[in-house]
Ligand binder design. Structure first.
Ligand SMILES: Cc1cc2nc3c(=O)[nH]c(=O)nc-3n(C[C@H](O)[C@H](O)[C@H](O)COP(=O)(O)OP(=O)(O)OC[C@H]3O[C@@H](n4cnc5c(N)ncnc54)[C@H](O)[C@@H]3O)c2cc1C
Length: 535
């Protein structure tokens, strides 16, 4: 057993933990960042579709079970930088309305106990930290902001610009996606000779071979390690349990397995950011006499209220070829709210968000199988389809249900999930079909299931959130409004597990903004050499 003490120990180096480490390192205090994975190797396979999507080369080697008895491999990635090593880097603020109650056909998405105005300065800081490129004023649903984006948006390539123009002619409001992509563009939108990111397909869902993505390793962990010797990264180190004192009110040790040996690491403050699913598992594993059902689980809510969006990726066939190299530049929120706020939505209830996704290639299409509407073709024209594909990602809100939860059953990880709000997603798909024709696209939509490394809906854990929700009442929530565990003085959580509801835009900017918000609380607590207030 090793004895060592830090001012703060952070578990998990994804956007939640990496941002926290970046911020706290500036205090000069001793900060330890523990990560179960290693650096993701830069290698030819980073951009190999077969390796990434078909074989799941970077996906965690784990098998979980579901309530229907199926086993599946969750879409998790254990590396320095966490899942952001493979993410699509679309970095949205939640809509202001998402912080209130949102009515859906299957029930209400609950309101947040902390509102948008509190998050706004942290969203701004998060966008600046992750170098988000975008343009305010195009998206009718965007929440108020005090400043423009620091970087102009990634320009559309000609076929996507045509699509944008066609939809605009229909009275829709296509906009440039807010992207954490390190593309240095010239006046034509082409990558400059020194741009970290190239304009090329393998971006969305792939690791970036050129380090061209604003992921937690590139933006937070590496620069903070370089600038602040008081920050230490311990990789290939798995946190098995958190230990408490006899009262159960303080974390006294972080039990960590390194090369098969168990070490107890001490921290005055402990921040957990393992990803919403893994953080809940860590608290559940940390049972002791004072916490017989798992840490901070007096409410019985640990692991419950799991959400992950109703997501679907679809391929449509453009009537003209689509030679776009970097497709993830356009979004559409005209159906985000119910009819009263989004008049183009014929339904009273919200449908969700549409964005472009990385372009399909022949290998992906072959692995997905040929869509039924093309089965009549004598050849299997995968590359032809890829050349004509236009690919969309549709996100609708799902609801936090207590019965949707992660837990251990006979030492095996078990995930219960019953889908909610499918009606909204189906209606969104219909809306997309109806507007395809206006943009010279065939209205057949073929499902692309391989994106997000999932072969079953339950394996699609990319937008995991909600397993340790925050709230004022310890009887119904796990974390308080500062994301500190109810009843445990020195334990904070800064991944998406605190979300009471998820909205219908990608979650990571909210994770980063919240980590900065909670970091301010921790800085106040531990003190530090620098003025760090956001605002
Ligand atoms: C293919 C894909 C595309 C995506 N695209 C987008 C997008 O465009 N926009 C967006 O907003 N989001 C996107 N996401 C989601 C995004 O990646 C996550 O929201 C984000 O990474 C979550 O950050 P996190 O810090 O909460 O958790 P994670 O990124 O999961 O990081 C948690 C870290 O904790 C480590 N860890 C876990 N357990 C332990 C333990 N016991 N001990 C030590 N370390 C541990 C893990 O190895 C991991 O590194 C995408 C995800 C995927 C998979």
């Amino acid at each position: 057993m090793n004895e060592d003490r830090y001012d703060v120990v952070i578990v998990g180096s994804g956007p939640g933990g990496g941002t926290m480490a970046w911020r706290l390192a500036q205090t000069g205090k001793r900060v330890l960042l523990i990560e179960r994975g290693d650096y993701l190797k830069r290698e030819r396979e980073n951009w190999d579709t077969e390796a990434v999507f078909v074989k799941g080369r970077y996906q965690a080697e784990e098998t979980w079970t579901s309530s229907s008895g199926e086993t599946f491999r969750p879409g998790l990635h254990y590396f320095v930088g966490g899942n952001s090593k493979v993410y699509g880097a679309v970095l949205f603020r939640l809509r202001e309305e998402d912080f209130g109650t949102v009515h859906h056909p299957d029930g209400d998405a609950p309101e947040w106990p902390v509102k948008y105005d509190t998050f706004e300065p942290y969203y701004q800081a998060a966008e600046e930290l992750f170098e988000v490129k975008g343009r305010r004023g195009e998206d009718p649903t965007e929440p108020p902001s005090r400043k423009p984006y620091k970087h102009p948006p990634i320009q559309h390539e000609p076929r996507i610009q045509e699509l944008s123009d066609a939809w605009a002619r229909e009275g829709l409001h296509p906009f440039h996606l807010p992207m954490g992509a390190l593309l240095d563009q010239d006046a034509t939108g082409a990558a400059t000779p020194h741009s970290p990111l190239l304009r090329c397909d393998p971006f969305d869902g792939y690791p970036s071979l050129t380090n061209g993505k604003s992921d937690a390793q590139i933006i937070c962990v590496d620069p903070a390690l370089k600038a602040h010797p008081n920050l230490t990264l311990l990789k290939n180190a798995y946190v098995e349990r958190l230990l408490t004192d006899a009262s159960g009110r303080s974390i006294t040790g972080v039990e960590t397995v390194i090369e098969g040996r168990t070490h107890i690491i001490r921290g005055n403050v402990v921040v957990v950011a393992c990803g919403a699913l893994s953080s809940a598992l860590l608290l559940l594993r940390s049972v002791n006499d004072r916490h017989p059902d798992g840490l901070a689980n007096g409410s019985g809510q640990v692991g419950r209220n799991y959400m992950r969006h109703n997501n679907v990726t679809v391929l449509a066939i453009s009537k003209t070829p689509n030679p776009t190299e970097f497709q993830k530049t356009l979004g559409l929120n005209d159906f985000y709210h119910g009819h009263a706020k989004s008049p183009r939505n014929p339904h009273e209830f919200p449908l969700g968000h549409i964005q472009m996704v990385g372009k399909s290639d022949g290998t992906q299409i072959e692995a997905e199988g040929l869509p039924s509407f093309l089965q009549w073709l004598p050849e299997k024209p995968f590359d032809w389809i890829a050349k004509h594909s236009i690919d969309f990602w549709l996100t609708s809100e799902d609801l936090p249900k207590p019965e949707n939860r992660i837990f251990y059953r006979n030492n095996q990880v078990h995930l219960d999930l019953t889908q909610t709000n499918i009606k909204g997603q189906q209606a969104l798909r219909e809306m997309l079909r109806s507007i395809c024709d206006k943009a010279e696209i065939h209205p057949h939509l073929m499902d692309r299931k391989l994106y997000l490394g999932k072969d079953t809906p339950i394996g699609g854990t990319a937008h995991q959130s909600g397993t340790l929700r925050f709230g004022e009442d310890p009887a119904t929530s796990v974390l308080d409004l500062d994301c500190r565990a109810h009843g445990i003085d020195n334990l904070y959580v800064t991944d998406a597990s605190f979300f009471p509801s998820i909205g219908a835009v990608n979650p990571t900017l909210t994770i980063i903004a919240n980590a900065l918000r909670v970091a301010d609380v921790i800085v106040d607590r531990i003190g530090g050499k620098e003025e760090l207030a956001v605002g």
